[in-house]
Design a protein around this ligand. Structure first.
Ligand SMILES: [Zn+2]
Length: 291
C-alpha cells in the first residue's frame, strides 16, 4: 500500500504533469472508483471542462485544486474561478499513468481524463479499492470524507512533536507499532515506515505505547521524520507495486534496516532480524538493537 513518501511522489508527479491540464473529456470505467455524492454521473458532469491547478497532500490523500476555464496556474485556491477539489486515495494498488499518445486501455483502468491534445491521465487500480471525489467549492472535504475528518497531524508539521505524542500515548496499552499505523494518531505512516522508524529509535514494536519514556518518544518522533524524508528523497519505496506517473518504482528499499529482512543479519549488530504479525501486518525488528 502506498504510504506517505509514495503518495508525496505521486503528488509531485501530478503537480508537474498536469500543469495547465484542462479536462476536455473523462470516462469512468468502474463506478466504485467514484466516492463522492452522486457517483460518476455528478463527477463527470462537474469535472468536464475544469482546469487542474496545484496539488496538496494530506496523509495519504491527494488533493487537487480545480478551476473553471484555462490558466489554472495563475490562480490561487481562493480565486473566484476556484471550482472545488479533486480528492484521490490510492488505497492498495491505485496508480496514475500518463499517456501522451493514444494507447489501448488496460482492463484495470478505472477512470480516464483527456485534454484537448488527446493526452490522457489514466487511473489504474488492480484491486479496485482506490477512490476519488469531486468536492463542491462550498463544502469542506472533511465534511464528506471521513478519513480526512479524523486524521491526526502530519509528521512534518509543528503539531507532531514529543509533547503531542506523549499525551496521545499516555496510559495506552496497545503496542507502539499498532499505534503508528493509526491514521488518527499520525497521518501517512504505514507498515514499512513504522518498522523502520522503530528500529531507528531502538524501540521494540511490541512495547505498550503508554510505557514509552519521554526520551524514547522524542527519538521516535525524529526517527519517523528522518525515515520518511529519506524515502521521499528516493521517490518512494521499491516494495509493493507502487509506481509513479512515468511507471517507475521508488528506490527506498535497498537500505531498509529491518523491513522484509527477517532471517537476515542486522546491518548494525549482526543479530538475526525477526518477524511476527501485529495488527494483521508483518512486523520486523532486531531483537538486539530494539529494547
Ligand atoms: Zn541489531
Amino acid at each position: 500500500m502506498p504510504e506517505l513518501p509514495e503518495v508525496e511522489t505521486v503528488r509531485r508527479g501530478l503537480a508537474d504533469r498536469l500543469k495547465g491540464f484542462q479536462i476536455n473529456e473523462l470516462k469512468v470505467f468502474r463506478e466504485r472508483a467514484i466516492a463522492s455524492p452522486g457517483g460518476s454521473k455528478v463527477f463527470i458532469k462537474m469535472m468536464r471542462g475544469l482546469s487542474v491547478g496545484s496539488w496538496e497532500r494530506r496523509g495519504k490523500y491527494l488533493i487537487g485544486n480545480l478551476y473553471k476555464g484555462k490558466n489554472s496556474q495563475e490562480q490561487s485556491p481562493r480565486s473566484k474561478n476556484s471550482f472545488g477539489l479533486w480528492v484521490v486515495h490510492l488505497r492498495m494498488t491505485g496508480q496514475f499513468q500518463w499517456h501522451a499518445k493514444k494507447t489501448i486501455t488496460c482492463p484495470y483502468t478505472r477512470v480516464s481524463f483527456w485534454n484537448q491534445k488527446g493526452e490522457e491521465l489514466r487511473f489504474v487500480d488492480t484491486r479496485s479499492f482506490g477512490q476519488m471525489w469531486w468536492v463542491p467549492p462550498e463544502i469542506a472535504p472533511e465534511d464528506i470524507i471521513n478519513g480526512l475528518r479524523t486524521m491526526g497531524p502530519e509528521p512534518f508539521s509543528n503539531a507532531f512533536n514529543t509533547s503531542y505524542l506523549k499525551k496521545a500515548l499516555k496510559g495506552k496499552k496497545r503496542p507502539i507499532k499498532n499505534a503508528l499505523l493509526d491514521q488518527t494518531l499520525v497521518a501517512g505512516a504505514g507498515n514499512i515506515y513504522a518498522d523502520e522508524s522503530l528500529f531507528r529509535a531502538g524501540i521494540l514494536p511490541q512495547t505498550p505505547s503508554g510505557h514509552l519514556k519521554e526520551e524514547a518518544i522524542k527519538k521516535l518522533c525524529s526517527s519517523l521524520k528522518e525515515v520518511l524524508e529519506i524515502s521521499i528523497g528516493e521517490g518512494g519505496t521499491t516494495f509493493s507495486d507502487f509506481r509513479d506517473l512515468s511507471g517507475a518504482s521508488g528506490k527506498y528499499g535497498g537500505q531498509a534496516w529491518v523491513y522484509k529482512r527477517s532471517g537476515q543479519p542486522c546491518r548494525k549488530c549482526g543479530a538475526t532480524i525477526r518477524k511476527n504479525k501485529m495488527a494483521g501486518r508483518g512486523t520486523h525488528w532486531c531483537p538486539s538493537c530494539q529494547k
